[in-house]
Every structure is written in C-alpha cells, then in structure tokens.
Design a protein around this ligand. Structure first.
Ligand code: CMX
Ligand code: CO
Length: 142
C-alpha cells in the first residue's frame, strides 16, 4: 500500500543556489544532504511536513554528480524542473511486485539504496502517465 507522498524530486544545476531559492521564497530549510554515487547525484532534502504514518514529506533537490547522471541527461533535455514524484510505502518489494503485476515496468530487479538509507525502486515514466515515479521504504518505519 502507498501511504503518502514522500518527496518531489527536482533537477537543478546548482544545489546551493536552488537551496537558497527555497529558503528565501518559502522559508524551507535543509533537513539532510548527501551524495549518492550509485544514483549520480548530490542532493538536499527540505522537510515540508510530517504525516500521520510517522513519515515526512520533502522536496528533494538534485544536482548531477557527472555527465552520465540521469539528472544531467534530464537537464540537457528539459532544463531545471520537476524530475520525479516519490510515494512512501512500508514495503517497497511488495509494492513493486503489486504494481508490476498491473503491467507497469520497474527499473530495478531489487530495491537500491536511497536517501537516509531508504530502499527505493523506480517505475518507468512511459508506463506512469509521463511521470518518473519512485517508491520509497524508509529505513525505520514508525
Ligand atoms: N520524467 C518523465 N519522462 C522521462 C524522464 C523523467 N524524469 N526521464 C526520461 N523520460 C522520458 C524521456 O523523455 C523519453 O521519452 P521519449 O521516448 O518520448 O523521448 C523516455 O523517458 C525514455 O528515455 P530514454 O532516453 O530511453 O531514457 P533515459 O536514459 O533518459 O533514462 C530513466 C530515463 C527514467 C530510465 C532514467 O532517468 C533512470 O534510470 N532514472 C532512475 C534513477 C534516477 O532518476 N536517479 C536520480 C534520482 C535519485 C533519487 O531520487 O534518490
Ligand atoms: Co527521489
């Protein structure tokens, strides 16, 4: 079951400049920053609100680490903007299986490492109404 919106992923060219925009415009602040080599990104999570299942909702600002990053390819094609939508679930394996059972392609056979040590998978944008969709299982599910 999908229980919430976990985050909206936003592609940017300059992480510091993007963070500064969200700080001065909306008063959001950085909750967490990390580099994820496997995903090819330098990222910042800006926490927006808590949710009733104990999780939170974030904006995920994503700067490419190198030219082969999926974010670099996206920026080249589309410029800065919304890159993906991520839904939270208590069980990413079961949720991926349920969704692929409806005919939607998952990008990975097994979940991979996401922000905060979460487990993630992606659903192909061409099967999801044009939206790259991420499934996220938080490391500790409250
Ligand atoms: N949103 C919507 N559509 C997208 C898209 C996106 N973010 N990225 C690509 N597409 C579209 C392309 O425009 C293309 O459409 P057309 O065929 O109509 O031109 C189609 O998908 C396939 O494009 P492609 O060139 O074959 O594939 P790409 O090399 O662009 O790869 C994808 C697309 C989704 C497989 C790749 O970006 C990927 O593996 N993403 C998952 C990992 C990721 O995005 N990591 C960064 C975020 C990490 C995090 O959230 O923690
Ligand atoms: Co994400």
């Amino acid at each position: 079951m999908i229980t919430r919106v976990d985050h909206i992923g936003i592609a940017c060219r300059d992480l510091a400049a993007s963070i500064a925009f969200y700080e001065r415009t909306y008063g959001f602040s950085v909750f967490h920053q990390e580099v994820n080599e496997q995903q090819g990104v330098k990222e910042a999570m800006l926490r927006i609100n808590g949710t009733d299942d104990g999780g939170s909702t974030y904006l995920q600002l994503l700067e490419p680490l190198h030219a082969e990053s999926p974010i670099a390819k996206f920026l080249e094609r589309n410029g800065e903007g919304v890159h993906h939508v991520a839904f939270g679930t208590a069980d990413v394996v079961a949720e991926t299986e349920a969704i692929t059972g409806t005919g939607v392609r998952a990008l990975y056979e097994q979940p991979r490492h996401g922000t905060f040590g979460s487990s993630i998978n992606f659903l192909h944008p061409k099967d999801c109404q044009g939206i790259l969709t991420e499934l996220v299982q938080s490391p500790v599910h409250e």
